[in-house]
Design a protein around this ligand. Structure first.
Ligand SMILES: C[S@@+](CC[C@H](N)C(=O)[O-])C[C@H]1O[C@@H](n2cnc3c(N)ncnc32)[C@H](O)[C@@H]1O
Length: 259
C-alpha cells in the first residue's frame, strides 16, 4: 500500500503530468469538456462546495463562476498541485477531511478516488460532510477506457520488466466503472450514472508518448529501464504509422451523481 501511495504522490508533485494527460481531450471526438458535464450535474444554489483532489483547479474556476454566492474550496493532498490555485484552498486528505458533519451542499471527487488508499473511508467522509440531501459528484474512467494504448504500454513494460509487474492501468482499476457503484451505493441511497464515450484520433506518436511520460511514476524501474520501455513503444507506434494515417482508440469516462 505504501508503494502505491508513493507512486501517486510522485505523479502529483506538480501539475505537469496531469495537464499532459488532460490534453488528450484536444484530440477527442465528439469534443467534450468534463468540466461542462460536472457543471451540468451540480445542484442549484449551493453555499459550500468542496472539490476534493482538485488538482490544478480545472473544475474550481467554472464552479466559482457558476455559483458566485458559494464558497468553492479546492482541497488536495499534494501541496504542489495547489501552488497556482486561487484560494480558498486547503491541503488535506480525502480520508480525513477537516470539515464538520453536514456542512457542504456539494462535494466533488473527480478522477481521484483510485489514488486513495481506503476508498470506502473517503466515500464515508464525503457522506459525513454533506448536508442531508447534498450532492456528491464523482468521476472516473470506464473499465475499457483507452484499452489499446494501455495494452501497448503493458506489452512494452512487461517486455522490459517481466510479466508480474505493476502496470499503470492497475492504479485506475482500483476505482473504475466496474467497481465504483459498489463503493458509492454503500453510502448513498441514489447513484445516477452518466457515461461519455468518444474516439481519440492522433495523427502522430507525440500525444501518446507524452502520456506515457506522464505515467512514469507508476512504472517501478530505473530511468535506463524506462528508456527501454519508451523505445519499445516508439518502435510499435512507428510501425503503426508506417501503414496508418492515425492511431485511434476509445476514451470513455463516467460521472456519478450521488444523493
Ligand atoms: C487525476 S488527479 C485529478 C485532479 C482533478 N480532480 C481533475 O480531475 O482535474 C488526482 C488528484 O487527487 C489528488 N489526491 C490523491 N490522493 C488524494 C487524497 N488521499 N486526498 C486528497 N487528494 C488526493 C492528487 O494529488 C491529484 O491532484
Amino acid at each position: 500500500m505504501a508503494v502505491a501511495v508513493e507512486r501517486a504522490k510522485g505523479n502529483y508533485v506538480h501539475a505537469g503530468n496531469l495537464k499532459s494527460r488532460a490534453s488528450l481531450y484536444d484530440h477527442r471526438e465528439p469534443r467534450i469538456d468534463p468540466v461542462d458535464i460536472a457543471a451540468g450535474l451540480m445542484p442549484a444554489g449551493p453555499r459550500l462546495v468542496l472539490d476534493i483532489g482538485c488538482g490544478y483547479g480545472r473544475y474550481l474556476e467554472r464552479l466559482r463562476a457558476d455559483h458566485p454566492d458559494a464558497a468553492v474550496v479546492g482541497v488536495d493532498a499534494a501541496p504542489g498541485m495547489l501552488a497556482r490555485v486561487e484560494p480558498p484552498i486547503m491541503v488535506a486528505d480525502a480520508q480525513a477531511i477537516p470539515y464538520p458533519d453536514g456542512c457542504a451542499d456539494a462535494v466533488l471527487a473527480m478522477h481521484m478516488l483510485y489514488h486513495v488508499p481506503d476508498i470506502a473511508k473517503a466515500v464515508a467522509e464525503f457522506r459525513r460532510i454533506l448536508k442531508p440531501g447534498g450532492t456528491l459528484l464523482v468521476s472516473t474512467n470506464a473499465h475499457d477506457d483507452m484499452a489499446e494504448p494501455y495494452a501497448m504500454w503493458a506489452r512494452a513494460i512487461r517486455s522490459v520488466l517481466g510479466p508480474d509487474v505493476f502496470l499503470p492501468g492497475d492504479e485506475v482499476a482500483k476505482f473504475d466503472s466496474a467497481n465504483a457503484p459498489a463503493y458509492l451505493e454503500a453510502a448513498f441511497a441514489s447513484v445516477e450514472r452518466f457515461e461519455e464515450r468518444g474516439t481519440v484520433s492522433v495523427p502522430e506518436p507525440g500525444p501518446l508518448m507524452d502520456y506515457l511520460a506522464s505515467i512514469r511514476s507508476y512504472v517501478d524501474c530505473d530511468d535506463a529501464a524506462f528508456e527501454r520501455i519508451v523505445a519499445t513503444v516508439e518502435r510499435e507506434l512507428d510501425a503503426h504509422f508506417a501503414v496508418h494515417d492515425r492511431y485511434e482508440f476509445e476514451k470513455a469516462i463516467v460521472f456519478y451523481r450521488c444523493r
